[in-house]
Design a protein around this ligand. Structure first.
Ligand SMILES: [Zn+2]
Ligand SMILES: [Zn+2]
Length: 183
């Protein structure tokens, strides 16, 4: 499936609005190891904003991905508004001056095919942006034993837990976040 599009050929000064319900699995996350498991309820409106097209809307769905601690499936509900600007591909510009086109290339033109905007690709990107860095199957997920890999939610092992404590885990997480922020 090549995706779902909204056609903006009738977009003049008036806003166009769209809404739909995409059944589970419609949004294809490819190799991201994420699955859309709930209906994707979305609405969007399109309006001209100078040379750009402004798309505002909201989406609501449930996705499943691997728990950051135990790797078992974790479900999260994603609900977010979006406010994006797109530019229609200007074929003349691309043909006449490849250099300028490349230097000035707005990746957002990639979502356009003629007057059609790839709404399913946009929704996929927005869902990915909304997924937190760390997703847990349960707030108290015990994770895997760092030594033998046993899932400590469903079993126990005879390894000593000397290198691992939830407290140490959260300290490492804070350290990681600080490093991310300063880089
Ligand atoms: Zn887990
Ligand atoms: Zn173990």
């Amino acid at each position: 499936m090549s995706g779902y599009f909204i056609d903006l050929k009738d977009l003049t000064l008036e806003k166009l609005t769209f809404e739909a319900l995409f059944e589970p699995g419609i949004v294809d996350f490819g190799a991201e190891n994420i699955r859309q498991i709930g209906d994707l309820d979305w609405a969007a409106s399109a309006e001209r904003a100078g040379v750009e097209i402004r798309i505002t809307g909201r989406l609501d769905t449930t996705v499943e991905l691997a728990c950051s601690r135990c790797l078992e499936p974790a479900r999260i509900h994603v609900s977010k508004p979006f406010d994006l600007f797109f530019r229609e591909r200007d074929e003349v510009m691309f043909d006449e001056d490849e250099e300028v086109a490349l230097a000035d290339k707005d990746t957002r033109t990639a979502f356009f095919t003629g007057t059609k905007l790839a709404i399913s690709d946009i929704l996929r990107e927005q869902i990915l942006l909304a997924i937190p860095m760390k997703v847990l199957c349960a707030v108290d997920c015990k994770g895997l034993c760092p030594t033998c890999g046993t899932n400590l939610n469903s079993g126990s092992c005879s390894c000593r837990a000397q290198d691992f404590s939830p407290h140490m885990d959260s300290l490492l997480e804070i350290k990681r976040r600080l490093e991310k922020r300063s880089s």
